[in-house]
Design a protein around this ligand. Sequence first.
Ligand SMILES: [Zn+2]
Length: 389
Amino acid sequence: MLKATIRLGVLSLAHNRDSKQTVKSDLFSYNSIRQLLPVLFVLTVSLPCGLAQPPILDVATTTKSIQGLPIHWGKHDGAILESNGNICVFDQADVISHRVLNSPFVPKNLATVKVELQAELGNRFETIVSGPYVIAAPSGSTKQWQDRFNALMAGYMRYFEVRGWPLRSPDFPLVVVVFPNRSTFVDYSMRESGMQANVASNVVGSYFPYTNRCLLFDQTTSGLSSETEATIVHEAVHQLAHNSGVHERLFQNPMWFVEGLACMFEQREVYDLRIASSTIETRMRQNYVQQLQALLQDSVSLEQALTSLIASDDYFRVDVQQAYAVSWAMTFYFAERQPEQLRTFYGLLSQRGLGEYTVGDRVADFRQAFGIDSTLLSVQLQRLFAPHR
Ligand SMILES: [Zn+2]
């Protein structure tokens, strides 16, 4: 029997317009996600194991018909990976019948997903296929989004290729939906996530690991600032990372690494192929450097933050803004100063498979990959980011 633990969340970036500073928050606080989002859950279940290919199930519930790979079949609920990449979660109480199909699981192709997305969104949107992307945007604006996403992907792929990370092609089309304005983005995000709560006013984009969709809204009317551009990149990198093997959607990934990586790419000098040369200073994201300064002066608190982030994701509930900044600092430090060890760490994560990522395992993997503890790491971060202490 295979113990499967699935943890899926909403990854999103908020842009605080008032302070002209990028601040981070998850679309809804972690506590409210736990209460409101049926898909953010930790399931510890038993799945039939020993099958090279899991059976494809056809499940009829009181509200819908679902076909796909069963990734969780529990006493109270179940989860099925559909051929468009969506993970559908349902209550067992709603299941009317289910049967195993003989047909193989084949991910939907780009053309099919494009047609379905166009039908779903209606004729106010234009839907195009570009590379692995299916992009829907207000009519007339798809070209700019296509160019933007393709440029980012080229830079992202190149970044990891030159560092020897064996990326894989996405298993499913990467769906990006750009809404014409904030209110349509909010409405759709609420429906997509099954949430009732209000979306925080400063959230400007989301990536949903379970639907695998990147959602944004067009802010060109209010001027596309560099911070807005950073938001787009942040969400797009979440999607790329979860579809190229850097993170696995069904695994528990340390949040410091997931958010740290997306935050690192917010700085164009990290990935943009049009920038001929860069230095470690120009690759730093200054708003995080500034946000870290107080913590860098306080060795005890810094070490505590690092210890917490290495062992669990709890720090994101304690101080979400600082958690993003410290996660960025950790990822940036390792990417710049210990790139081989960061690749080793990624290798350990990708081999884990389904299962709960315990505190003990997280700490052990971190030590094995990087060979340092939070005490030494805190000294290194102080040296790199607060050189004039
Ligand atoms: Zn994020």
